[in-house]
Design a protein around this ligand. Structure first.
Ligand code: ARG
Length: 398
């Protein structure tokens, strides 16, 4: 039987060329798989037909938007997942769900190899291959752009010589990866890290400097899950989509960062993730109200490690799974409402309300009704500060 290769197919020039390129390089049949994670653009049917027209023996398209939101974005919201404290892991979250569908397709079509269109310089190659080897250690991975030196020029020449039904002229100066959780823009003039981003590159967000009316939103969470917006029940996907619109209209969620890639390169990345940033901001504040201090402090360390693991392509790793258990447990009481003003590029929390609140007005107030016994504070501080006091006596005496 002819060998089969499952290709992660986007419908773009590179992966369209990969179909014929892989067939020529390996003699295998290529099964194209496109996964919809909310990247927008062309319809899945158009993409499926293009894969077949480019020589795929089979082409599958999967609507994974709800699954992506529920099983990949939601854990990131619960973990307040921000790599380097700022990047909401947009691309890093989509790779594991794509990987899952690639592996399923490989099984279904009897393929022993999975291919992707990543270069050898980025994180995504790692996320695909480490993900595939975690779910299916028997499968082999190939990356034609990297392994067979399929440069852009060669891809265009190949497409033209074979008459592939794909535009080769309109070359975007940027490398863009988008899904419902956000959009990543890199390369082109952004590679000069002194150059400021121009308005043209943004699609999910309006210019935050444009004068406009503010928007006020109330987000309801149950155990860390966003379940309603302004009192209307929503799925996680709907919550992200609605906040992409509303926070995006206020310019919320633009990020411009020099980022540490796993391969050791520092790279300049521009992101826009209005829904993700609004949800994480709200979720963080609800945790401040409902999570006990020691758990909250420890969780911040877990969040950082969780984000690094996800960024580094270790979604399906034992440590990530174990940390998920911690994050889940820590979200047990994260229920209630957060009110936010979306305006001028910022999502600002203005109110919190929770049946699980640990905020005790009578302990916190400086007005009448104070139940906190201030006379206990002095003794507490004497003992709390004792060890450093003893050390200071020694060190200052020398
Ligand atoms: N640097 C980001 C990350 O590693 C974005 C990658 C986007 N991918 C792309 N092909 N443009 O998550």
């Amino acid at each position: 039987m002819t060998q089969r290769v499952v290709l992660a197919y986007s419908g773009g020039l590179d992966t369209s060329v990969c179909i014929g390129w892989i067939a020529e390089a390996t003699g295998a049949e290529v099964v194209a798989v496109a996964v919809d994670v909310g990247q927008g653009g062309e319809s899945l049917d158009v993409i499926r037909k293009r894969a077949l027209a480019c020589g795929a023996v089979e082409a599958e398209v999967v609507d994974a938007k709800d699954e992506f939101a529920q099983e990949y974005c939601l854990p990131a919201i619960k973990a307040n997942g921000l790599y380097m404290d700022r990047y909401p892991l947009v691309s890093a979250l989509s790779r594991p769900v794509i990987v899952k569908h690639l592996v399923a397709a490989a099984r279904k079509h009897g393929a022993d190899t999975v291919a992707h269109g990543c270069t050898g310089k980025g994180n995504d190659q790692v996320r695909f291959e480490a993900g595939i080897s975690s779910l299916a250690p028997d499968l082999t991975c190939i990356a034609p752009v990297r392994d067979y030196a399929m440069t852009r020029d060669k891809a265009i020449a190949f497409a033209e010589s074979k008459g592939l039904p794909i535009a080769t002229s309109k070359k975007s100066p940027y490398s863009i990866d988008a899904n419902v959780f956000g959009r990543a823009i890199e390369t082109g003039f952004l590679e000069d890290i002194w150059n400021g981003p121009i308005e043209d590159i943004y699609e999910y967000t309006q210019n935050p400097a444009t004068p406009r009316e503010a928007d006020e939103v109330v987000i309801t969470f149950e155990r860390g899950v966003p379940v309603a917006i302004d009192g209307r029940a929503v799925s996680v996907l709907q919550a992200v989509q609605e906040l992409n619109e509303r926070a995006g209209a206020q310019g919320v969620g633009r990020i411009d960062i020099v980022e540490d890639r796993l391969v050791g390169i520092k790279s300049r990345e521009v992101y826009e993730a209005p829904g993700a940033i609004a949800l994480i901001t709200a979720h963080q504040e609800l945790e401040n109200v409902t999570v006990e201090r020691e758990l909250a402090r420890y969780k911040r360390q877990v969040e950082q490690r969780w984000s690094e693991l996800v960024y580094d392509g270790l979604w399906y790793s034992p440590l990530k799974r174990a940390l998920d258990g911690f994050v889940e447990e820590a979200n047990e009481h994260v229920s209630g409402d957060i009110r936010m003003t979306l305006h001028g590029g910022r999502a600002v929390v203005t109110g919190r309300r929770s049946g699980e609140s640990l905020y005790d007005f009578s302990l916190a107030t400086y007005d009448t009704g104070d139940t906190f016994d201030q006379s206990q504070a002095k003794g507490f501080i004497d003992i709390f500060g004792l060890s450093t006091k003893i050390a200071a006596r020694r060190d200052l005496a020398q």
